[in-house]
Write a protein that binds this ligand. Structure first.
Ligand SMILES: NC(=O)c1ccc[n+]([C@@H]2O[C@H](COP(=O)([O-])OP(=O)(O)OC[C@H]3O[C@@H](n4cnc5c(N)ncnc54)[C@H](OP(=O)(O)O)[C@@H]3O)[C@@H](O)[C@H]2O)c1
Length: 174
């Protein structure tokens, strides 16, 4: 079981622009059968975790609302409407990670973001891999990819149409 931060980023390390928009990302070309595509990643995943801003973005921007089928934990102090498959939590990441592991039944865990939440898992030694699709754009500001100092080891890289895709292992020493 691997705990993976799978996300897309600008070249200068932002996962959303200062207006919390993903327009710089969603307009771009990526192949389902190319390296590190979402289509190849998704079947590995048994449970997910995300922060409140990411969850709100999905509710506001995805026409189907929350339509992921895996169980997911949303870290927040806000009141969200009840949603099948969603557990709202303020628990410590260690407790949530244990619950995710149990729910995932041997499959991998997806940390969806944002960056600081993933950093909280990394602080607890619970982040194994970082997969990033780098879009060919700089944003100059926004939500940071992973605002921690971590040592990573490049394990795999490739081009998927417009994207530079990289898979990193978090170094045990990092
Ligand atoms: N490029 C991509 O592929 C990609 C992927 C994911 C996300 N995104 C975007 O990136 C942006 C990320 O936003 P963000 O950096 O603000 O991150 P976020 O993690 O989505 O949301 C941050 C919020 O999560 C809650 N939170 C975090 N840790 C918590 C904890 N330990 N306990 C309780 N609540 C906790 C807090 O909300 P409260 O206000 O409830 O306290 C905090 O303000 C969003 O716009 C999202 O749409 C992009």
């Amino acid at each position: 079981m691997t705990t993976i931060y799978y996300t897309a980023s600008s070249l200068d390390g932002f996962i959303a622009d200062p207006e919390n928009s993903l327009s710089w990302l969603l307009s771009r070309d990526i192949a389902d059968d190319g390296p590190m595509s979402y289509a190849s990643f998704r079947p590995r995943i048994g449970a997910a975790a995300l922060g409140a801003t990411t969850y709100q973005w999905i509710l506001d921007n995805d026409p189907g609302g929350w339509d992921f089928t895996m169980p997911a934990w949303v870290f927040t102090h806000r009141d969200f409407a009840p949603q099948d498959g969603i557990t709202v939590t303020t628990d410590d990441v260690r407790e949530v990670h244990a619950a995710m592991t149990e729910a995932a039944g041997g499959k991998d865990l997806w940390l969806m973001g944002g960056g600081d939440l993933v950093g909280q898992f990394a602080d607890a030694g619970l982040l194994d891999e970082v997969w990033v699709q780098y879009a060919p754009v700089t944003l100059g500001g926004g939500a940071p990819l992973l605002p921690r100092r971590l040592e990573l080891r490049l394990e795999e890289q490739g081009q998927n149409r417009e994207f530079l895709c990289a898979r990193y292992a978090v170094s045990p020493a990092g």
